[in-house]
Design a protein around this ligand. Sequence first.
Ligand SMILES: [Zn+2]
Length: 269
Amino acid sequence: MNPWVETAAIFVAGACVGSFLNVCILRWPLGLSVIHPASRCPACGQKIPGKLNLPILGYLKLRGRARCCGAHLDPRYPVVELLTAVIFASLWILYPPKVFLVYAILSAGLIVASGIDWDHLVIPDGLTLGGVAVGICSSYLVPELQNQNHSPDAMVRSALSAAIGGALLYLLAKGASWLLQKEAMGVGDAKLLAALGAFLGWPSFPWILAFSSLAGTGVGVAILLGRKQKTGVKIPYGPYLALASLTWILGGKQLVQKYLFNNSVYSGF
Ligand SMILES: [Zn+2]
């Protein structure tokens, strides 16, 4: 098949997955089924007809307002759909199909984790601890994920990276809480870095921690400056960990291998 047609098909599939991820972000924390019932208007609860339920296009066609009751639709819905589509298409261009599939699953999980963390300041264990399990299994099935040739080696490396990631962020969180005399990061963030380790291996940690803390600090300072009240604002760290990991798989890894380590140190991991 023509590679452009393939990539376009992956883009459309990504937009549809993104639409499902929106449902997960809304319903998972409430303990509701993500499959049943079908999409309803978030404002008045009316069923949304199929032709208006198209990802991205539905929002544009309605110009951001619900047809049933005229309520403003959260622009986050089309943004999540577009983001998922762009990430899936980019991953398809960058990686062989097996690695693409694993990274697509990881990205979907990260988008849901970020959305829930953003709304509720918590990341469900199903995503983080479930992510550790899926990451270890994926590393066995696709050892390239851990830069290994043999499945058992890749699995051990994945499990070790999960343990290191979890312990590292747990200690950082405890240290930061002690320094700031308040809870700085949650245990959920430690579990998230464990899951990221299981998928990406521990060589990704310097990038992920540096990128996420810079982005998180920047946005945190901007929020604090924009508010009159200077304290008591809780900022979720999960979305920044997710953003940092996405930049790692979308080029950060290649950049570090090529320029910082001259293809030597990091490629041996
Ligand atoms: Zn409505």
